[in-house]
Design a protein around this ligand. Structure first.
Ligand code: SF4
Length: 478
């Protein structure tokens, strides 16, 4: 069996994937190899994922963003799932998790892997529940069978809820919202019904063997993440984190790349504490955080409440941010929700990269600011995180082409445009004229931190360009 990225790195080998990642991040390939060898970064890259353009997740690299898609038993179909994948990649997702629990799971997963240039992640436990019929009917054999099948299908990373143990369950008794992780609630129900330790914990070494065979990265699920501010940083959450640290080392011993998932809902003053504790307990394995939401009061706006927490977590050392859409807590996101969630999270990731002074990260801001000051509206739209939205908002009030040359917009109007007044004052008086000075072509920033965001335009032809979105024939098992 060929070595995993981790095994190759430990052997001193710089793989093709490491070279590609180094190029995209503007880093030395030897540094990439070193980070992977030490478990400080992962390159999720299943050997069976032919369309993959490799990327890296680690605190020393540009902050990454994951988008969750996937159907549920009540809504979404194949065509919609492909549209969501397309939207996620188009709006800058660095990885996509297929969390489907509805029908045609194999067909949709294979379609996602086939068409995706970004790593695909899954939660095999969900399919186990679908097949077994209920959480307590799952068997260890079924779990291993599903993990192996998904690994063969080309899934690049899988969330494994192995860290929640029977002895942790009583620690959740005083919580306000109990166990809110889907996987966590399923495993807890199984343990209560079967009177046994977590089956994923029991078979974790076997799962690692399968992962090593296909180079699947393990993403250790945080089953006991807090579901509200009141439950943040409690004994249950941190007891599970200790187990995740233990499992991190088990994964590494098997030559498997490991990242660790984190909360959830956390007040602003406790976010850095969460990140620092994970980094210490898990020996620096990349931290992959969901949000966290910094307040519980805003259903309908949780892409904002969570993007605030995500930016703070990334500044404190989190390596990848799992997006949250405006539909969080309310319903299954659709393509427009994917767009809004990704915009919020690309902003969080970029803001953190600027805040941690990654080389060249602010160049994009500087280029856009210079275009803005120069009233170069077309360039301002082109550089915008979401060019279509920037242009359409501008054109709502000033649609004519002549307004693309205007030295004002409808916000302050021609008379009160401060930038026009400033320019005129500099023309007429003693102050210096201000000239643009940023050349993005020369920027040392990672390509995920330069416009256009994401990988959809990274120079690698995406299979999505050829995608046929006509309805797929129903599978035989439908
Ligand atoms: S009118 Fe106001 S918002 Fe519009 S360009 Fe001028 S200063 Fe900026």
């Amino acid at each position: 069996m060929p070595p995993t990225q981790l095994q190759a790195a430990r052997n001193g080998v710089v793989t093709e994937a490491m070279r590609r990642v180094a190029d995209r991040e503007n880093r030395d390939p030897a540094f990439v190899r070193e980070q992977v060898a030490e478990g400080q970064a992962v390159i999720p890259s299943n050997r069976n994922h032919d369309a993959l353009d490799p990327m890296i997740i680690g605190r020393e690299f540009a902050t990454k963003v994951n988008a969750n898609i996937g159907n549920s038993e009540t809504t979404s179909d194949r065509e919609t799932e492909l549209e969501k994948l397309h939207a996620a990649i188009h709006y800058g997702a660095d990885t996509v998790m297929d969390l489907g629990t509805g029908s045609a799971l194999d067909e949709i997963r294979e379609m996602h892997v086939e068409h995706s240039p970004v790593p695909i992640g899954t939660v095999p436990l969900y399919e186990a529940v679908t097949q077994a019929g209920s959480p307590d009917a799952i068997t260890k054999e079924l779990l291993l069978e599903i993990v192996e099948k998904q690994a063969e299908q080309g899934v690049d990373y899988m969330t494994i809820h192995a860290g929640i143990l029977a002895e942790h369950l009583p620690l959740t008794d005083g919580r306000k919202t109990g166990i809110v992780s889907r996987g966590g609630s399923i495993v807890a129900k199984w343990m209560e019904a079967n009177g046994e330790q977590n089956p994923l914990y029991q078979v974790f070494p076997e799962i690692c063997e399968i992962f090593a065979d296909h180079d699947v990265t393990v993403s250790l699920g945080d089953s006991l993440r807090p579901g509200c501010l009141a439950d943040a940083c409690d004994e249950a959450q941190y007891a599970e984190l200790d187990t995740l640290g233990e499992l991190t080392r088990v994964g590494w011993d098997h030559g498997v790349q490991v990242m660790v998932e984190g909360p959830g809902h956390v007040p602003m003053h406790k976010i850095a504490e969460n990140v620092e504790r994970q980094q210490e307990v898990c020996d620096g394995a990349p931290f992959y955080v969901l949000g966290p939401l910094v307040t519980d009061i805003a259903p309908g706006y949780d892409h904002i409440t969570s993007a605030i927490g995500a930016a703070m977590a990334a500044q404190a050392g989190a390596a990848m941010l799992c997006y949250v859409t405006p539909k969080e807590h309310l319903g299954l996101p659709e393509a427009e929700d994917v767009r809004d969630g990704l915009a919020a999270y690309r902003i969080a990731a970029h803001a953190a990269d600027v805040g941690t002074e990654r080389p060249g990260a602010r160049d994009w801001d500087d280029a856009l600011s210079e275009a803005r000051y120069a009233f170069d509206w077309r360039e301002q739209f082109r550089l915008a995180l979401d060019p279509d939205r920037a242009r359409s908002f501008h054109d709502q009030t000033l649609p004519g082409d002549n307004y693309k040359e205007a030295r004002f917009c409808s916000m302050c109007g021609a008379e009160f445009c401060s930038m026009r007044i400033d320019q005129d004052t500099r023309e007429e008086g003693e102050m210096d004229r201000l000239e643009p000075a940023t050349d993005l072509a020369e920027s040392p920033a990672a390509d995920v931190n330069l416009p256009p965001v994401g990988t959809h335009d990274s120079g690698v032809r995406s299979p999505l360009d050829d995608v046929d979105v006509s309805p797929v024939e129903p599978a035989e098992d439908d």
